[in-house]
Design a protein around this ligand. Structure first.
Ligand code: HPA
Length: 261
């Protein structure tokens, strides 16, 4: 299997894997955030991309999401697992918890959100934004580990790069959203348009704005992800157990039903 991994804030590289090669290319949508690093373990190839770039130079609203996903399409990955730090809105969540979101709401603006262009119109189904098969496998994998994780939750994507106001978080809470981040949209939709199975693992790095009196700092976010790094690497290693037969989703056929006849 060819497994795509997207690393977010605090996860700029993956250590402890056998390095194979560095794949650098341009795409028709421009340059991806970084080169794709190929690693190997137990006969599976991993392709790692740092979403924010080598030196964390791309803020969430200026990431070339289309190029990043196009790169994975060119490599031909079987599925992508995307890691992303989030603020916890749901009061049961605390820093250090993991969550596998099962739905998302997009509050971003001004981003390139689609591969659809003039003359190539399609509307993918997005009822379940995250691949059901990869999510189920992640739930099994993480269920076998000694970690605190939630197997579902609604992720709301803000445009950033500023963090939210207390009133915004209160509104999101009332709307039933569990975690807040700045990157899974349009990433998830582009993966679906590309027909690539895509699921996410969120690391709760902080209580969302207004739920704590403390100022939110990037240091807090990075250090929470760094403390979870050992478990993140274990999750990545365990992805090797996912086999083609485990996939019973329709992600690969997303375009088939999306175009006008
Ligand atoms: N808000 C938005 N994005 C985030 C947060 C947050 O509190 N923490 C980590 N990413």
């Amino acid at each position: 299997m060819k497994i795509g991994i997207i690393g977010g804030t605090g996860l700029g590289k993956i250590d402890g894997f056998k390095f194979i090669s560095e794949i650098k290319f341009d795409t028709k949508y421009g340059l991806p955030s970084d080169s794709y690093k190929e690693f190997e373990t137990e006969g599976n190839s991993f392709f790692f991309l740092s979403r924010h770039g080598k030196n964390h130079q791309f803020p969430p609203h200026l990431i070339n999401y289309r190029a990043n996903i196009e790169g994975f399409r060119m490599i031909g990955v079987d599925f992508i697992v995307a890691f992303a730090a989030v603020g916890g809105i749901n009061k049961t969540l605390k820093p250090g918890d993991f969550l596998i979101p099962d739905d998302l709401v997009d509050f971003t603006n001004g981003r390139e959100t689609s591969f659809s262009e003039v003359g190539d119109v399609f509307h993918i189904d997005f009822t379940e934004p995250f691949c059901i098969s990869v999510r189920n496998e992640l739930i099994k994998i993480m269920g076998n580990m000694d970690i605190s994780f939630y197997s579902r939750g609604v992720y709301v994507c803000t445009n950033g790069p500023r963090l939210e106001s207390a009133a915004e978080i209160k509104m999101f809470d009332r709307m039933g959203f569990d975690v807040v981040g700045m990157t899974l949209s349009p990433e998830a939709a582009l993966a679906r348009e590309a027909g690539i199975c895509y699921a996410a693992v969120n690391v709760v790095s902080n209580f969302a704005a207004g739920t704590t009196k403390n100022l939110l700092t990037t240091e807090e976010v990075v250090s929470a992800v760094k403390s979870s790094e050992g478990n993140i690497l274990k999750i990545i290693k365990s992805l090797s157990t996912i086999k083609e037969k485990d996939k019973n989703c329709k992600c690969g056929e997303s375009i088939k039903y999306a175009r006008f006849k």
